[in-house]
Design a protein around this ligand. Structure first.
Ligand code: GDP
Ligand code: MG
Length: 812
């Protein structure tokens, strides 16, 4: 042992048994004096071990270290200035939560601490079962049970105290004060550091906290030492205090205390069992339900179900309004040009900007509602409970319950998810959580599923399909997390306290601000990244344009026209029409006076229009209906009745008109559509996007992807939503939001359900958007992890999609 004298300070709440323990430890070798300058009694004694004397000081009993009373100030100053080698905090084990408040403050002060759980006899009598080992792991301090009056545990206590004293190890539990308080601490802390405002013996985080709590003693010290900067500092502190008060509705000092109690409550909920229920506060009563071993998880699942339900049902009407709004805007802009006029600017605005950005903004109501619900759950204190009950499950995959909230947030957006990992102290847990978080299918992927699933799956399979996609993401995340934790980030999951802050009625302002903060990221993304990318992708899809189509396509066009004209002139001659040309025009366009064509011809044309009207109405009414359904049969009956009336009115013309509508015109329309497809395909192949597509085709073909998917896939890297917008642009249908039925029909022609599934699978797993890349870079403070994540996930997506497509094709 070295020559330095060891000295031990005893702290504890009044009546915790401190003096009793002190007497047990020091026996008769003690003397009483006063602390210098104040009339607070100071007792000092000596404890001998292995022939060496150890000085023990009995500090005044206090409940807290806030320095509002003389005793508190004496205790705190003594610990900071005299730097005892170890502080033995005497805790009344029969009143654990209240007594640990002082302990937590000692931890925060950075003192080396050993806890004496005194009065364990009383605790036992009252029916408390304390898991000392667990609590000691959670709090990262030695805990020794003692019975002061009988001298039990004294030797063990002193052994541990000496061990800590000699190792010089300080307590290192960090309480996380929640997003807003932490933000204020960080801000004040940064200001302190940047101006070199330090106080001997205190760490910056602690000073920042005390300033926010308006601790008189620290204020005095700061005023004396920081001189010129003090005013600036106080202005900053005041503005942070105002911000917190507005947002959270309480004085920051109370908020800090609440969080400390939350930390203790979390630790005790894990380590303390009572045989006789002794719950009193409202928070305790609510916790009895919300974190109940049986009810906890079902309640959580129901709440989550309600959140998703709220997001989609309440979100539906505003989505329709936004959709209609963008539709109107597109039409209004198109209306500025003459009908049918070709204009690059019009195409840019309508097909590029409105289709791209509008297709994304439409999901704003969903996103805002999801964030609103999450803000309410977070601010009320429920989220901490959700993490608490998921803790055990998370341990099974090698993660901690604290990883649960970030992963949950990932269903909204990966960016807040990655930011929320800050509460995870263990670096390995944190990195694992960050790396797998994009697999929680984010809100931006929803438009992709919402477009594809209804195109390929029958109504009754749509819900299960969406569910399957989400579950696949979760399963891969779980497997990946387990692999990462057992291969790369090895090591036991360190136990730590899951804070259970008291329940709290969320303030309207706080909830709205939290919702807005996250929703704003989404909006800003639509206005910046997505707008820019949509324009670029529109340009590379639109240019260069071919001047003419190849011979074969032109010949086909001519032959389609010829065949049609032949049929029409046959009808014309049987109707004895003077001009076949104007007859054809009237037949196709309408609106032209048919009087000059003769009575029979105008009768025929009128009949054709009526039949077309009836058929259009029928297909509108039966849109999305099954053929066996009674509504469908009803519509069919109605159609036949209308047609029958027409036939009766003019049997001779009706037959010819029906043949024209159902055979000649229908065949013609079909051939023209297929020709337009060929032309569009040629135009696309000619554009830059098409050329990129053919370059990447060999790589994409094994996954079942064609070249049209290349630029949407590339666009998805900028933001997942871009995929839908760009697919619309590629398929040149003008509208590209998720409701665009024509786009869905075109997709049906191009892909099988297996391919559609593979598209969704690939987009689910492959690298997250560029904004996630940036935030991972910032949060891990390295370039390595964002790259590992981007390439790792894309590689994984490629391999898994390859397997699914190849195996699926074999089975099909
Ligand atoms: P202090 O205020 O922290 O100094 O507490 P004291 O040492 O004065 O003790 C307060 C009361 O608790 C006294 O009546 C002690 O006899 C009693 N006491 C102290 N330790 C124990 C213990 O371990 N078990 C029981 N049952 N009583 C204790
Ligand atoms: Mg005493």
């Amino acid at each position: 042992m070295d020559e330095k004298e060891i000295f031990i300070a005893l702290t504890g709440n009044p009546n915790a048994g401190k003096t009793t323990l002190f007497n047990q430890i020091t026996g008769a070798r003690q003397h009483v004096g006063n602390y210098p300058g104040v009339t607070v009694e100071k007792k000092e004694g000596v404890y001998s071990k292995d022939g060496k004397d150890i000085i023990v000081v009995d500090l005044p009993g206090t409940y807290s270290l806030s320095a509002t009373s003389l005793e508190e100030k004496v205790t705190r100053d003594f610990i900071v200035n005299e730097k005892p080698d170890v502080v033995v905090d005497v805790v009344d084990a029969s009143n654990l939560e209240r007594n640990l408040y002082l302990a937590v403050q000692l931890f925060e002060l950075g003192a080396p601490v050993v806890l004496a759980f005194n009065m364990v006899d009383v605790a036992q009598e009252r029916g408390y079962r304390i898991d000392i080992k667990k609590l000691s792991q959670l709090l990262r301090v030695p805990i020794i049970p003692t019975v002061g009056v009988k001298g039990e545990g004294i030797d063990e206590l002193m052994d541990n105290a000496l061990k800590v004293a000699l190792s010089g190890k300080k307590q290192n539990v960090k309480i996380s004060y929640g997003k807003e308080l932490e933000a204020s601490i960080e801000k004040i802390g940064d200001l302190l550091k940047s101006r070199g405002m330090l106080l001997e013996g205190y760490d910056t985080r602690w000073i920042a906290m005390k300033l926010l709590e308006v601790d008189e003693d620290i204020m005095e010290k700061a005023r004396a030492s920081f001189s010129g900067w003090f005013k600036t500092l106080m202005e900053e502190v005041q503005s942070e205090r105002k911000r917190l008060e507005k947002l959270l509705g309480d004085d920051p000092a109370i908020l800090f205390a609440d969080r400390r109690y939350g930390f203790i409550s979390g630790a005790c909920t894990e380590a303390l069992r009572t045989t006789s229920e002794e719950r009193h506060t409202l928070s305790d009563k609510l916790d009895a339900v919300f974190i109940n071993r049986v009810l906890g998880i079902p309640i959580f699942l129901i709440l989550m179900y309600l959140v998703f339900q709220l997001t989609f049902t309440v979100g539906a009407p505003p989505m329709d309004w936004i959709d209609a709004g963008f539709g109107w805007l597109g039409d209004a802009i198109s209306g500025l040009w003459a009908p049918g006029a070709e204009s690059a600017l019009k195409s840019l605005l309508v097909d590029g900007v409105i289709a791209g950005v509008g297709g994304v903004i439409i999901f704003l109501p969903n996103v805002m509602l999801l964030f609103l619900a999450i803000a309410i759950l977070e601010d009320s204190g429920y989220m901490a409970r959700a993490a608490f009950i998921m803790d055990r499950m998370m341990h099974k995959i090698g993660l901690h319950g604290k990883s649960f909230i970030p992963l949950l947030l990932g269903f909204g957006c990966t960016i807040p998810a990655v930011m929320a990992t800050r509460t995870i102290e263990n670096e390995r847990d944190r990195l694992t959580t960050i790396l797998v978080s994009p697999l929680m299918s984010c809100g931006a992927r929803l438009p992709i599923y919402a477009l594809i699933i209804p195109a390929f799956f029958a109504p009754k399979w749509r819900g299960p399909m969406l569910w399957t996609i989400y579950v696949i993401g979760i399963v891969i995340a779980v497997v990946l997390a387990k692999l990462l934790r057992s291969a790369i980030f090895k090591g036991e999951a360190a136990p730590f306290v899951m804070e259970l802050p008291p329940y709290h009625m969320p303030t309207l302002k706080g909830v709205l601000i939290h919702m807005w903060e996250r929703g704003y990221i989404f909006l800003r993304k639509a206005g910046t990244i997505i707008l820019g990318v949509a324009i670029v992708l529109w340009a590379i899809t639109s240019y260069p344009k071919p001047h003419t189509f190849p011979e074969q396509i032109r010949a086909q066009e001519a032959s389609i026209e010829r065949a049609y004209n032949q049929e029409v002139s046959k009808i014309a001659s049987s109707l004895q029409v003077p001009s076949v040309q104007s007859f054809t025009k009237a037949l196709r366009n309408g609106g032209i006076s048919t009087a000059s064509l003769g009575e029979k011809a105008s009768l025929f044309i009128g009949m054709v229009k009526e039949i077309q009207g009836i058929e259009t109405k029928f297909s509108e009414e039966t849109d999305g209906l099954e053929e066996e359904s009674s509504a469908y049969k009803q519509a069919k009956d109605k159609e036949e009745k209308s047609l029958g009336t027409l036939r009766q009115r003019d049997p001779s013309v009706f037959g010819m008109a029906q043949r024209y509508v159902d055979e000649i015109d229908a065949k013609y329309q079909e051939k023209v559509a297929s020709l337009r497809n060929k032309q569009a395909a040629y135009t696309f192949d000619y554009s830059i996007a098409g050329r990129i597509g053919s370059l990447l085709e060999p790589l994409m073909k094994p996954l079942g992807f064609n070249r049209k998917l290349a630029t949407p896939m590339i666009g998805a890297i900028a933001a997942k939503e871009v995929f839908v917008a760009q697919l619309g642009i590629v398929y040149a249908v003008g509208e590209a939001d998720e409701e665009s039925t024509p786009l869905r029909e075109k997709l049906q022609k191009d892909y099988s359900p297996l391919q559609a599934f593979c598209i969704m699978l690939f987009l689910l797993i492959s690298m997250p958007c560029i904004a996630t890349f940036a935030i991972v870079r910032r949060e891990t403070n390295s370039w390595k992890w964002p790259f590992v994540q981007a390439f790792g996930l894309t590689g994984l997506a490629y391999i898994l999609t390859l397997i699914v497509y190849q195996v699926g094709s074999l089975l099909a």
